[in-house]
Design a protein around this ligand. Structure first.
Ligand SMILES: [Zn+2]
Length: 494
């Protein structure tokens, strides 16, 4: 039994990599902000789902499968959702029921997308609408807002309830507002699209509760009238209800640092009388598509479902594991430029790994024996999710696996499973476009190996490599050049 490596994670709160020490190692708790489900999830939504899925897998490995609690929410109340629900509302039932019906569909689609990306189910996937004013839930949004008003950091005005950062800064024991994003008041006013509203005492104040028009908008009854929650309070309530007032890791996209996460900290710390909400704040980098910010009007908006089931991106549908590997190849804190080329490269890598396993003769089907995890892979991931290092190790093993070194093939299988890249899915035929992309680093070197075997009259080896090509769906044509030297060309089997 090898000793466990120390887990280090980059903490946005301190801007440093820190040794991770859970509050309770028998119950390591992580919260990640999930999507707003008004439509199909896009590829940018997929990134935190995959990144924090890897962290979830790692935490379970380090602390024990039953000692990690992971909550990832679904925001199912939002102005876009409300508007869409109102459009289809028949008035035969409450608008809230219409909204629930609408989001059932988008949530089901989202779950289907995540299944294809091999993202594990978190322990909890709370929906915001179940935590607004749930009589049985002591942490519901209305109760937390009530506490904030009682503590003097929030106030009601014209059917709204607003949180006052300047009051928070005078509350003993509370952290400084702006500490996570390292912004001062001027930065925050400039950075957020702060709307000046007559009911606000200060432009910095943000909404905890807002009134709903019962004829056109869904809402709940509250001490401040019929209304609905602001976005930020949702996560404070769901995290508090499922993980407790204080927990270990809070994650999400880098775009959520301000104002969303800053406001979550403000709400939770002031409501519960704490100096911190989560010990570690982790953020994944931005995602662009073909070098540009993804936007519907620019025509480069890519949903997960489109990538998986249509030919809109690169003229073909992509398997989930290719999407997943393409995502994992970039360090989680770096921006990703999502390109067809990157998908081809990821697929080429999987094909190479699959070919190496086939060559090694190691079974990689799901029912085969689980392989022991290589300590170097665990160590790489424990170093702030250094996936590049883990993938480089896997690549090295793939290079070695077909030299009859079975242990390397076993390590490759184990590491693949650990990263959520199921090895049995590497064993399939790639598309011709991908072959073109991989020819230089996969196909040509194999052909060179086979030519060397033929020259050495090692026909068993040359046949073995030919079989490997056949399994990949490639036909080889042997010939001779002008000087009588053997040559080999290849084409994709029709
Ligand atoms: Zn959130």
């Amino acid at each position: 039994m090898s000793t466990m490596p120390t887990l280090t994670l980059y903490n946005t709160l301190t801007r440093t990599k820190e040794d991770f020490a859970p509050l309770d190692s028998a119950n390591v708790r992580m919260y990640v902000c999930g999507p707003t489900v008004y439509d199909y999830a896009h590829i940018g939504n997929a990134r935190p789902m995959i990144v924090f899925d890897v962290l979830f897998r790692l935490l379970r490995h380090l602390y024990g499968e039953n000692n990690v609690t992971y909550a990832r929410n679904i925001t199912d109340v939002d102005d876009k959702i409300n508007a869409r629900a109102f459009e289809r509302w028949s008035r035969q039932r409450p608008l809230l029921a219409e909204m629930r019906d609408l989001t059932e569909g988008t949530v089901a689609q989202f779950n289907k997308d995540l299944k294809a990306l091999n993202v594990l189910d978190p322990t909890h996937t709370p929906r915001a609408t179940d935590f607004v004013a749930n009589g049985a839930e002591p942490m519901d949004m209305v109760r937390i807002i009530d506490k904030l008003v009682a503590r003097g950091v929030a106030y009601a005005a014209e059917g709204h309830v607003l949180f006052s950062p300047s009051k928070m800064d005078k509350l003993p024991g509370a952290p400084r507002y702006g500490a996570l994003s390292k912004r001062n008041r001027d930065d925050m006013l400039a950075g957020a699209r702060v709307d000046i509203a007559p009911y606000k005492r200060d432009p910095m104040d943000f909404v905890l509760w807002k009134p709903s028009n019962p004829d056109t908008e869904p809402g709940w009854h509250s001490p401040w009238g019929f209304g609905r929650p602001g976005w930020h309070i949702e996560c404070s309530a769901m995290a508090g209800a499922l993980l407790g007032e204080q927990f270990d890791i809070h994650g999400g996209g880098i775009d959520l640092v301000f104002p969303h996460h800053e406001n979550e900290i403000a709400q939770s710390c002031c409501a519960f009388g704490l100096d911190k909400m989560a010990s570690v704040w982790m953020h994944n980098g931005f995602l662009q598509v073909e070098g540009r910010k993804m936007s519907k009007s620019d025509g480069n908006f890519v949903t997960i479902d489109e990538l998986l089931t249509t030919t809109k991106f690169g003229g073909r549908a992509w398997p989930g594991e290719v999407l997943r590997l393409a995502m994992l190849k970039t360090h989680y804190r770096q921006p990703i430029d999502w390109t067809v080329r990157a998908l081809q490269d990821a697929e080429a890598m999987l094909i190479k790994w699959g070919a190496a396993l086939r060559g090694s003769g190691v079974s990689f089907h799901p029912r085969s024996e689980p392989s022991a995890q290589h300590a170097d892979v665990v160590r790489a991931l424990a170093d702030d999710l250094n996936l590049q290092k883990a993938i480089t190790l896997m690549h090295g093993w793939a290079n070695e696996a077909d030299r009859a070194d079975f242990s390397n093939a076993h390590f490759l299988v184990a590491a693949g499973r650990f990263l959520g890249l199921e090895p049995q899915k590497w064993d399939r035929r790639p598309s011709p476009a991908t072959f073109e992309a991989v020819a230089n680093d996969t196909i040509e070197p194999l052909i060179a190996l086979r030519l060397a075997a033929r020259r050495a009259k090692n026909f068993a080896e040359s046949d073995r490599i030919r079989d490997e090509f056949v399994a990949m769906g490639i036909v080889l044509k042997d010939g001779k050049d002008a000087d009588g030297n053997p040559t080999t060309t290849w084409e994709v089997k029709r």
